[in-house]
Design a protein around this ligand. Structure first.
Ligand code: ADP
Length: 478
């Protein structure tokens, strides 16, 4: 809603407006500088330039005075700079433009000459320069820059250099410039306007779309995609939000899954716990034998609950990929041995026999060791639960070239062929297998399946009713 409002109303703080304003301001500043320099200071600038040029020419001439190429230098300087140069002593003219072809005689500058000469002598200066307006009204406001200096200044001989440069009126130039500047102004303001509009749109559009997606995310629509447009920073922001969105989706799935499972599977053991506790309160409280039996049930149900909750959490985590695999190299035989050793209690107390066969050398796999141990442990626990009278469980590690295979076999009751596929599904418990004291959640094989799939491995079972079962999984070698 907010976005829509800001779209309709004029928002002074929006990227669109700010960018536009800065661009236009920048263009306006540049243009006013240009106008100021070109239109108002052009005349002053032109005169200054002429004065500098005249001084430079005078210096060159002073340097060349008395040298061989003196006259040639003056000639070329006067032509290339459009200057009238005269050099005279008290009684002779050493150089005069009147003698040069194509140049006007110097007498047209006689008034200027006497003015600047007067200045030179008056203050006893080395050089003098002055800008003199044209007397002749027919020439408009054409001016002349008159310059005079001593090339030689001794009591018996003085050599004076005169330079006259016409200063042309800049009015017509200013007129042309003004015209051009007008176009430049309109064009640059137009460019600033459209460029800022284009840029700000390119920046603000993805931000607006990100905001929209974020609003959907906030409303509980987990997994909404964020797109970042063209700029690295915004693309990075969108990527981060995408990750957040995906993670939120996973967590949400985990949460829903858990709630479903909790309400479905925990209810039975909880009911048991409740009813036995009530029985103790109402009936068996004073009868130690009965009470203990009932308490035993409660403890057993609590254990079952514990197991169920742990398995449920693990399976949900695996399925939603919440916990990433921590893959590293390890020896599968060693891992199997450690699990078998951990089950030693069954061997000593209940007469089970675990027979581990593995190759001499290490069989290395690159996998999450804890998870793979979990797989072996689940398979072994099942074998213990469902094994036959002989209480014998075989664990075999086989090196098969590119892959490593782990087999867990028992001589138990086996599984019916039509149930072989279903036992890997969660909460599935084979119909005929049920032994009363077996603690079962129906989740063990689902966990096995998820872990092996996450590792890109293969799993399966071979079983014959009444003969036994061999569960196996294969992983690629490291
Ligand atoms: P549970 O907790 O019930 O053992 P599992 O997912 O580990 O859950 O196993 C699913 C079902 O597969 C079991 O209920 C059992 O019927 C069957 N099963 C698993 N392992 C064996 C085995 N070694 N021998 C016979 N049946 C088995």
């Amino acid at each position: 809603m907010k976005i829509k409002l800001s779209k309709i109303h004029f928002d002074k703080n929006s990227i669109n407006f700010k960018l536009w304003a800065y661009f236009v301001l920048f263009a306006a500043l540049l243009l006013s500088l240009l106008w100021l320099l070109q239109i108002f200071f052009l005349n002053t600038y032109y005169q200054e330039m002429k004065i500098t040029e005249t001084n430079r020419v005078a210096n060159v001439i002073a340097e060349k005075y008395g040298k061989e190429d003196f006259v040639d230098t003056i000639r070329s300087l006067s032509v290339s700079n459009d200057m009238y140069i005269q050099i005279e002593t008290d009684d002779a003219i050493l150089f005069s433009p009147g003698n040069e072809s194509g140049r006007m005689p110097i007498y047209m500058y006689l008034p200027e000459m006497s003015t600047v000469r007067k200045m030179l002598f008056q203050d006893n200066r080395e050089s003098a320069s002055v800008i003199i307006p044209e007397k002749n009204p027919g020439h408009g406001d054409k001016k002349t820059l008159a310059y005079a200096s001593f090339l030689k200044k001794s009591p018996d001989e003085k050599v004076i250099l005169y330079i006259f440069s016409p200063l042309f009126p800049v009015d017509s130039t200013v007129g042309i410039l003004r015209n051009q500047l007008m176009y430049v102004t309109i064009i640059s303001l137009g460019i600033a306007f459209s460029l800022s509009l284009y840029l700000s749109n390119r920046i603000s559009k993805p931000i607006r779309s990100i905001t929209k997606s974020a609003e959907r995310l906030a409303a509980g629509e987990y997994g909404v995609p964020f797109s970042g447009g063209h700029y690295t920073e915004i693309i990075q922001l969108a990527d981060t939000l995408n990750m957040t969105s995906v993670e939120l989706k996973k967590t949400d799935a985990l949460r829903k899954d858990l709630i479903a499972n909790v309400s479905h599977d925990l209810r039975t053991p909880l009911t048991m716990v409740k009813s036995y506790a009530e029985m103790i309160r109402d009936i068996s409280g004073d009868n130690p034998e009965k009470r203990n039996a009932h308490l035993e049930v409660i403890i057993e149900e609590a254990d079952r609950l514990n197991l169920l909750v742990t398995d449920m959490l693990d399976l949900s985590r695996l399925q939603t990929h919440v916990t990433p695999l921590e893959k590293r190299e390890f020896d599968l035989s060693e891992a199997a041995r450690s699990i078998v050793n951990a089950l030693g209690i069954y061997e000593s107390r209940e007469g089970y026999r675990f027979i581990l066969e593995s190759p001499e050398e290490k069989v290395l796999v690159k996998a999450d060791e804890n998870q793979i141990k979990r797989v072996i442990s689940n398979l072994l626990n099942n074998a213990v639960k469902y094994c036959g009278e002989d209480k014998e469980v075989h664990v075999k590690i086989l090196d098969e070239g590119g892959a490593v295979r782990c087999e867990v076999s028992d001589h138990g009751m086996g599984i019916a062929p039509d149930e072989l596929d279903q036992i890997w599904e969660r909460y599935y418990k084979a119909s005929t297998n049920h032994v009363r004291e077996v603690k079962s959640t129906g989740l063990g094989l689902s966990i096995v399946k998820e872990i092996i799939l996450l590792h890109g491995g293969r799993y399966g079972v071979e079983s014959e009713k009444g003969v036994g079962s061999t569960f196996y999984f294969e992983l690629d070698k490291a």
